[in-house]
Write a protein that binds this ligand. Structure first.
Ligand SMILES: C[S@@+](CC[C@H](N)C(=O)[O-])C[C@H]1O[C@@H](n2cnc3c(N)ncnc32)[C@H](O)[C@@H]1O
Length: 358
């Protein structure tokens, strides 16, 4: 059996090792002990990590990757036997499904286990329906019970369908050497600064929260020089960012920032934390309250994300997430100037711009 894993990733056959290095580089920023391994199946690698399965795939979704075709979170791995798969699926479904949430079972089978894909779908479908009372909807389910069989091992997950990440494999390089952005996020900030050029000015300083790998920090550092960018993130910064002389990497969580870390008032706080929207807003505003000059600006990505504690989205839709964040900004004395849906935002993300009163 393959030891337990938290995500299954597919890539073009023959490129497994490139995919492994790409994922290790990406995920080590958040989990230094992450293990990514090829399997004996072509084009399939597995991720073992202390991160939540949802966090792993979201991280992969957000990164600019070359080799990933699909990433599926896995909540539990069991022996690939119908009884064991059924038990795991029912246990997971009990926590997430009820009479008002429709589901579908989808099985992918690799290798030659002594049962077919349909056997799994029919058996697990009936058992989950009986245990939870949830209706089956094969066209538009709220949740998918996903079973990934790799010969004698099966990975099982119960997830909203859009948590399965599908990406374009870039065998043909899109960027010429040296021009490749540090992260997809970098393109968001570039686009935002085109729309709101007043947010940056030579000589201003900024705090960038959730800075790694450093796309935003890079864009800010170039525009604010000789002002400084305090890049706050426990994760590594890209070498191109590390070499900038006006970047100070504070390798810690935003909640741990002290007056010694940032010995000046800044004109801008940016925040691209991969946290649930309300948490990200609270963390960002705590920092802005302490370090931002009155009249200074805040830029925050508002993400509709899965709450790792409940396994469910933290708001019904992105608009609700944005309204909740706007209310919190206003309650704390910040004027919301704009909420942008940028070309490089994902469908579940918006970028908020605000100003501290005073
Ligand atoms: C989407 S990435 C940021 C990408 C970045 N803006 C760029 O342009 O490259 C989100 C980052 O938030 C960081 N993060 C999450 N929670 C954090 C916290 N409490 N304090 C600091 N960083 C945090 C993660 O380590 C991760 O690197």
């Amino acid at each position: 059996m393959i030891p337990p894993f938290q995500a299954l990733v597919t890539c073009p056959a023959g490129f497994e090792f490139r995919c492994v290095s790409e994922l290790e580089r990406l995920l080590r920023e958040e989990d230094p002990f992450v293990e990514v391994e090829p399997t004996y199946f072509k084009g399939v690698v597995v991720v073992r990590s202390e991160l939540e399965p949802e966090e792993i795939v979201e991280r992969i979704r957000e990164a600019d990757t070359d080799w990933v075709a699909r990433a599926v979170p896995i909540h539990r791995t069991v022996r690939a036997e119908l009884d064991a798969i059924e038990r795991a699926a029912v246990a997971l479904a009990r926590r997430r499904l009820d009479e008002d949430t429709a589901f579908a079972v989808r099985c992918r089978k690799r290798g030659q286990p002594p049962f077919g894909r349909r056997d799994v779908e029919v058996r697990v479908g009936a058992a989950v329906q009986e245990a939870t009372g949830a209706p089956v909807d094969l066209e538009e389910p709220d949740y998918v019970v996903r079973v990934e069989v790799l010969q004698d091992t099966a990975g099982v997950a119960v997830i909203p369908p859009d948590l399965i990440v599908r990406k374009e494999v870039k065998r043909v390089r899109k960027w010429s050497p040296g021009m490749r952005p540090i992260s997809r996020a970098q393109l968001k900030l570039r686009e935002l600064l085109k729309r709101h050029p007043y947010l940056v000015r030579e000589g201003w300083s900024a705090i960038d929260l959730g800075a790694a790998p450093g796309g935003w920090t890079y864009e800010l550092a170039r525009r604010l020089r000789p002002g400084k960018v305090y890049a706050v993130d426990p994760g590594e910064l890209h070498p191109r960012v590390r070499e900038l002389d006006n970047v100070v990497h504070l390798r810690k969580r935003a909640e741990e920032l002290s007056g010694e870390d940032v010995p000046e008032r800044v004109r801008l706080v940016t925040s691209d934390l991969n946290r649930v929207h309300s948490e990200a807003a609270a963390i960002t505003l705590d920092v802005a309250d302490r370090f931002l000059e009155p009249g200074g600006f805040v830029v925050q990505t508002v993400k509709l994300a899965v709450d790792p504690e409940t396994g469910e989205y933290a708001a019904p839709d992105v608009e609700t997430a944005v309204s909740e964040v706007e209310l919190e900004y206003e309650r704390r004395g910040y004027e919301v100037l704009a909420v942008e849906f940028l070309k490089h935002n994902t469908p579940k993300e918006r970028t908020l711009v605000a100003r501290k009163e005073g």
